[in-house]
Ligand binder design. Sequence first.
Ligand SMILES: [Zn+2]
Length: 1023
Amino acid sequence: MNSANSFNLPAENDRQQISEGIDRLRQLTQLDVQNGWRSHPSDLSQIELDWQPQPICNLNDKAHIAWSKGGEILWFYQQFVLPESLKGYPLRGLTLRLALTWWAEVAEVYVNGQKVQEGDLFDHSARILLSPSASLGEIIAVTIRLVSPGHDDGALVRSRLIYESEYAAIDPGFVADELAVLQSYLEVFKPEKLGELAAAIQTIQWELINQRVLFDRSLQMLRDRLKGFSPDLKQHTIYLVGHAHLDMAWLWTVDETWKAAERTFNSVLNLQKDFPELTFCHSTPALYEWIEQNRPELFAQIQQQVQAGAWEIIGGMWIEPELNLISGEAIARQILYGQRYCQEKFGDINRVAWLPDSFGFCWQLPQLLKQGGIDYFVTQKLCWNDTTQFPYEIFEWRSPDGTQISSVMSAPIGEGIDPLKMAAYTWEWTTKTGKLNPLWLPGVGDHGGGPTRDMLEIARRWQTSPFFPNLEFTSAIEYLDLTATNPLPIWDDELYLEFHRGCYTTHADQKQQNRDCEKNLYQAELFASLATLVTGRSYPQKALETAWKKALFNQFHDILPGSSIAQVFVDADQEWQESDRICSKVIQESLEAIVQQILLPPPSHAQAKAIVVFNPSNWERSFICSQQIDGWKICDSQETTIPAIGYRTFWIIPDDKVNEIANYLELENQFLKVVIDPQTGNLSSIFDKINRREVLSAPGNQLQAFRDAGQYWDAWNIDPEYAKQPLLPVECLKIETCERGSFSNYQICVTRKIGDSTFKQIYLLEQDSSVLKIKNKIDWQERHVIVKAVFPLTIHADFATYEMPCGAIQRSSKPIAERNPREQAQWEVPALGWADLSSDDYGVSVLSDCKHGYDCQQNQIRLTLLRGSEFPDPEADRGVHTFTYAIYPHAKDWRSAQTVRQSCELNQSLRVVPLSFEELRSDRPDHQKFLPPISSFLDLQSKNLILTAFKQSEDDPEKFVLRCYECHGESAVFSLKSDLDLRINHPLDLLERFQDDSTRGLIEPWKIKSFSISQNSRSDTGS
Ligand SMILES: [Zn+2]
C-alpha cells in the first residue's frame, strides 16, 4: 500500500522541477526593474532635471516604493540600455514592454520625454510599449509622475520589463505561463500527472539558449510533448464580457462621471472597430439618458451596437442602488423606470439585475426583481465578506414569499486578461459549481475605463494556446441562460454583506433626506391620484417622475451609504430638495383641490375655524388636535378618528387650558408611566400600566459612545473592536419641561454632552398612545466616535425582528459566543423603520424615522445614532441633526401589536389643511360641492396589508395602480372599499403589465401585489 501510494502521489521534487523550469524560462524574457528607480519630489518638468545625482529609491518590505499620502507628487526616472541577451537568450527584434502597477491618484508615464499613458487609482496597471523591436544598446528613458491619494500613502507597486515575440509565435515567457496554467490545472484535477509535466520540462535544451531559433524549437517540442493535456483544458470555455464599473459618484462628483462615461463608451466603440469579437455590457439607464440628451451621436452609436448584439444593456434598475435602506416601493420604482427606459430606447427590458457593488441585498429582492421582468441576479460583492465565505457561486435565491431568482456570484470586476488568474478562477469555479465554464469580466472599473487594447491583444494570443481554456466573447444573458440551469442550491435568506456596516449610519443627512423624499413621493402620488379621481384635474405625471428619478439617483450605492467625497453630498442635497419641492407642491395643490369639494356642516361656534385632516395610511387613525395644532381644540365632535386613506373635517376653537405638571421627572398617560433619572437624564422606568409590568431592566436611552477608528474603509466600516473602547460617560447638563402647550405638556427635555457634542432630547408621551417618542436635536462634533442609544429590557428572546423593504427579518440576538459564524458576523445589522424584541407574551419595538443601524442582545435593543468618519469626507456628519426614535412596549409580538403600523404612523403624519371662511365661501357655491365632511377613499380592509403606492398608470390616464404588501407573513384578503366608486380590474406586475388573477383577492404571506384600479363612473362615461 505504502509503495503504491508514494508511486501515485506527486513527489515534491516534481513540483520543484516544474517551478524551477518555469522561473528559468521567465528570466529569459522578463526582468524586475523595481529596484532601479530614482525619484524626485518636486513638481518640476521631468525634462529639465538632471537625474544622475538623485538617489536610488528604497523598497519597503512589500518591495513597493511608498511615499506619504495627501496628494504628494513624486517623479520617478529610470534609463534602460537594452542588452543583447538576458541569461544568454538573444533579445534582438523582440517587443519590449514595461509592466507597471501603481497606487496613485494621478499617474503619467513618459517614454523618452513623450507622455504615453495616464492612469489613476482605478486604472492602476499598464503595459507600456518601450520598443517594438529591441536592439542592442538602444537607450530608453522612462519618467513617471505619480500623485499620492489624499487618504492613503502612494506606492509604485511593481515594475517589470517584458520581452515578447510576435503574438503568432512563442517566447520563453509565454511558454512559462502556459506551463504554469497547465500545472495549476493538474494540481486541482490530476495531481498524479505532475510527474509527466516535470519530466517534459526536463527535456528543454537549455544548452541551446543562446541560439534563439533552436531554443524556441525545443520549447515547441516541449509543447508538442504536452499536447495530450490540451483536450483537458479545452473542455473549459472562459466566456468574456467587457465591463467597466462606473460609480455615479464616489471620489469624484456626478459631473465627472458623465465625462468618464463618455470616455469609456468612446473607447469601447473604437476598440470594437479593431476587435469585432469584443462584447461589452453596461448598466444604468440614468447614465444612458444623460448620454442621449447630451451626446446624441454617441448614443446613436451605442444603440447601433445594441442592435448588432455587441453592446448589452444590463442592470434592470435606474441606477445600481443601495438595497438595505430604501423602501420596497423605491426598489419597485428603480425597476419600473429602469425597465421602461430600456424598453423605449433599446427595444427590450433587461433580464439581468446587475449589482456587482451594492453593500448587501435585502431578502425581498428576488420577489421584486421577478415582478419586474428580471430572471437573473448577479453580484460579486459578497466576496468582500470579512468573516464567512458565501457558500455558492450559482444558486437560487428565494424570497420569504417563495419567489426564486437564479443568481450568480460573478468573477471579480476591474480585472484585466491575466491568464494565470483566469485559469485559477476557472478551476475554482468548476470545483465549486461542477460547471466547466466561468464568466470573466475584463475591464478597468469603478471610474469607468473598460477593456484596453492590450487586454484584447493578450486575449487573442491566448485564444491560440493549446494549454488554455477556450476564450469566447458573449453576453451576460446568453451566458446566464446557458449556465444558470437547475437544479441549483437554494439560499433562503438575505444576502448580508459582512463589511461596510457603518454605511447604515454614516452621513445621516442623506438617510434622512431619503426617508423624507420616499414619504413625500408616496403622499404626492396618493393625493394627486385622489384629486384626479375626485375633481378630474390632470395628474402631474411628468413632475412626479422627475421627483422620483432625483431620489432614485441619490440612492446610488456610494451616495445614500455616505461613502463619497463632500462635494457629492452638496450636489445630492440639491436633488433631494428639488424632489421634495416638487412633491410638496403636488401634495398642497392636490389637497386643496379635494378640500374645495367638501360641503361643510355649519360651524357650532362663532369663533370656530375649519380644518380638514387627511390620513395617508390605509387604516383608521386617531387625531389629537393639540399634537398637530398647539393651542386649539376641537369644538364640534367627540369622534376623532380619521378613516383609512380619507379625511374628516373639524371645527376648532382656541384652547386656553394649561395643564400643570405635578412632577417634572415623570410622564404619564393611560398606557405608560415614564420616569426620568434626575442625575443622568436616562429613563429610570417605563411602566406598562395595562400589562402591569416594568419594561426596562436597567436605565433606558443611555447614550453610549465608543472610539470608532482604525479601519481603512473609514466611512464604510465600524471598527470591529469598538465595544472594547468605551469613551467617558455622558455628562447630563440639564433637565427641563419644555414647549408646554395646552395639551402637549407631556414633554421633558434632557440636555447632555459627549465630548464637544450636545444632545438635546425631548421625551414625549402623547395622549392615547403607548409610544414614547424621543425627539433629538444633536450638535455633533466628534471624529471617529460612534454613539448608540441603548434600551435594556425585561425580555429574553433569542432573535430580534427587523423591518426590511416590504417585510421583516429575524436575526439572532444570542450572545456572540453562542452564534454560528454567519450570525457572529452580523454584529451590526440594517433595518428600515423598526426593530423588535419579543418573547411569547410581551415585546418592545424601537421605531425610527431615519436611523438604520442596530445591534440587539437577548434582553437589549441598541440603536446606532451617529458616527464621525473622515474619509472620504473629512467633515462627514459634523453639525446639527434632528431626528426621532421611539420605544413602543406591547403585549404579545410585533404582529399583534401592529408595530408596522406604529412605525408608519411615526413616519407619515396626518395632514392638516386649515380653511379660512373666505376660502370656503368664495370658491364655489355649496350646491356644487359633493364631498361629505368625512370620507374614506381607499380601505384595503385587512390588518396586514400596507399600501405602498397609489398612482396613475404609466400608460393609461384612466387607470390607477394600487400596490400593497402583506406585512405579517400571514395570508390576507384584499377587498377594496372606497367612497370613490372604485373597481379592481386585475393584478399587475411592477412594470404594470397584466397578470392573471387566480387568487381571487387572497394575498399570500409576504406578497407584494399591484392592481389596476379604475373608477366606475369615469370609465362608464368615458370621461
Ligand atoms: Zn461601485
